[in-house]
Design a protein around this ligand. Structure first.
Ligand code: ADP
Ligand code: MG
Length: 556
């Protein structure tokens, strides 16, 4: 038997301990997430090693994590039946600075303390967060392949030294016992621990069990506290629609069912899983650019919740999407600042955008009613993508729907493809009109000539349309042109007629220009009108009157 001994932490460990306990002070509860995450890793490792060596988990193959508390002893214990640690591993993993993560953590944290304290687990220093709430930590562990007599007890007050002792340990795996500091009693309550488990570790794939309480006291029986499913890690064939819907609701922010979802796993040099949902209805503040809705997308790393990262994982115009991204191997030194310029994350983001657009396209193709619901709720948000996401402009444009002079009243259900399909031979542009309202667009005198010639015109009256169309000058090789700008398309006979009319009207045009002066650019004979005597038109590069008005309103 190796003798009990006392050792000193390496200098850097003491430094890390100091930093962790101080920087985490306002997020103390993180300790539980970190210890559960380690326990879950240990279960993952056992599960993996058992493939080659089934004896490792024989007799105790149900992997789980138990979180218990003892009010009298003032302890919290996190116990797993995972891989456990040998004496050497204990020394290497929690007594020295062997992991490069610890070094990175020191670099990131010293100085400006820039790193987000909540991401501490990603630096490989999560274990030390135990000392934020505990003044003494005891670890009792036995590696799955070691005999019962070779358990290890490690203990420290986190002040520079730890003790190490060999103990008998019938159970494989690890127990971490926190002896709470005097003012940390809030964690000695079952409901508190359970709510933290659900908040941070609900989707850890192993059952996290807590004692059944009787008369407010914990008993020896345990029950599972978390959903334990990590739904997105299951094969699609094993997930029912109800499962998907209930998971959607567990994400929060919406009590309604989701409209549709897409669930994908990408394997390769970089592996990740995405489970993305389209809601049925927009949250109240979506259109106002509210901040809440940017919370719907959760980033996990190996099933451990890292943060709400909607802004890092999706462009703004897809801000209505909710769901989970679980990356297997994002770098350990991840922080919000780093995430924003991380290459791997760019790939994940690209994949998310592709999946969402695929999903919307599929709805448009196969489920017109759902698509209509989607479009009503989020069509105008999607339009922002025309200018925000130049790479996907054509794909997004294909999804847009408009009212039209050949459509069904105010209904926005004519696609650009529908329009092109109906274009007359020789017509080379997609014509549209923008206005404040459907009525103003549909009743505009600008449409007269187009109606007379049977040319379809898209009627755009959403606030964002004029702005969007500024970034959509072409679709499928066809120019998009405003009926209010420049000259209307004429055939040869029309052109001749117009020239003759212009000649005949020359004195009148001159007179009008004199009368109107600077208020107009020029007075022209136009083929634009059939019934009305005159209308205002814009030159090709002028701003539409109601956009000019919008900008004035916005103080531009
Ligand atoms: P990380 O989990 O990122 O490696 P931690 O500080 O959380 O960093 O843990 C340090 C190491 O201690 C782990 O990598 C693991 O080797 C070991 N360890 C911690 N908890 C356990 C446990 N419950 N079972 C087995 N090993 C553990
Ligand atoms: Mg950890």
């Amino acid at each position: 038997n190796a003798p009990a001994e006392t050792r000193k932490f390496e200098a850097e460990v003491a430094q890390v301990l100091h930093l962790v306990t101080h920087s985490l002070y306002s997020h103390k509860e993180i300790f539980l997430r970190e210890l559960i995450s380690n326990a879950s890793d240990a279960c993952d490792k056992l599960r993996f090693e058992s493939i080659a060596n089934p004896a490792l988990s024989a007799g105790d193959s149900e992997l789980h994590i138990d979180v218990s508390w003892d009010e009298t002893a003032r302890t919290i214990t996190v116990r797993d039946n995972g891989i456990g640690m040998s004496r050497d591993e204990v020394v290497a993993n929690i007594g020295t600075i062997a992991s490069s993560g610890t070094k990175r953590f020191l670099e990131a944290m010293s100085g400006e303390q820039k790193a987000d304290a909540r991401l501490i687990g990603q630096f490989g220093v999560g274990f030390y967060s135990a000392f934020v709430v505990a003044d003494k930590v005891t670890v009792i562990t036995r590696r799955a392949d070691a005999p019962e007599g070779e358990g290890v007890k490690w203990e420290s007050d986190g002040k520079g030294e730890y003790s190490l002792e060999q103990v008998d340990q019938p159970q494989r795996g690890t127990a971490v016992i926190l002896h709470l500091k005097a003012d940390e009693d809030e964690f000695l309550k079952g409901w508190q621990l359970k709510s933290l488990i659900r908040k941070y570790s609900d989707h850890v794939a192993f059952p996290i069990r807590t004692p059944v309480e009787k008369d407010g006291k914990p008993t020896d029986a345990f029950e599972s506290t978390n959903a334990a499913s990590a739904l997105w890690t299951k094969p699609k064939s094993e997930i029912s629609d109800e499962d998907y819907q209930s998971f959607y609701k567990s994400l929060g922010h919406d009590f309604n069912d989701a409209l549709a979802w897409t669930h994908n796993r990408v394997e390769g040099s970089q592996s990740f899983t995405t489970l993305l949902y389209l809601p049925e209805q927009p949250p109240f503040d979506l259109m106002m650019g509210g901040r809440d809705e940017r919370k719907g997308l959760k980033l996990y790393i190996k099933r451990v919740f890292i943060m709400d990262a909607a802004e890092e994982l999706l462009p703004n115009y897809l801000r209505f999407v909710r769901g989970v991204v679980d990356a297997d191997d994002l770098p350990l030194n991840v922080s919000r600042e780093i995430l924003q310029q991380n290459r791997q994350l760019d790939r994940i983001k690209g994949a998310c955008v592709k999946r969402v657009l695929d999903l919307i396209e599929k709805l448009a193709r196969d489920e017109p009613e759902k698509f209509a619901t989607f479009y009503k709720a989020f069509g105008n948000t999607l339009k922002e993508g025309i200018s925000e996401d130049a790479n996907n402009r054509e794909r997004i444009a294909k999804l847009l729907r408009f009212a039209s002079t050949k459509g069904e009243g105010t209904a926005q259900n004519v696609s650009l493809d529908d329009y092109i399909g109906r274009m007359a031979v020789g017509q080379d542009a997609i014509w549209y009109i923008t206005a404040d309202s459907y009525a103003a667009a549909a009743g505009s005198p600008q449409l007269e000539a187009f109606k007379a010639k049977g040319i379809e015109v898209l009627l755009m009256s959403d606030r964002i349309d004029e702005w969007m169309i500024g970034s959509l000058s072409e679709y499928e090789g066809k120019k998009l042109k405003s009926v209010a700008k420049g000259d209307v398309p004429l055939d040869e006979a029309d052109k001749q007629k117009q020239e003759e009319a212009t000649k005949a009207a020359e004195p009148l045009l001159k007179k009008l220009k004199e009368l109107l002066g600077d208020r107009v650019g020029e007075v022209k004979v136009s083929a634009r009108l059939t019934d009305s005597p005159s209308c205002l038109a814009l030159s090709d590069y002028e701003m539409a009157p109601h956009l000019a008005r919008l900008l004035r309103e916005a103080g531009q």
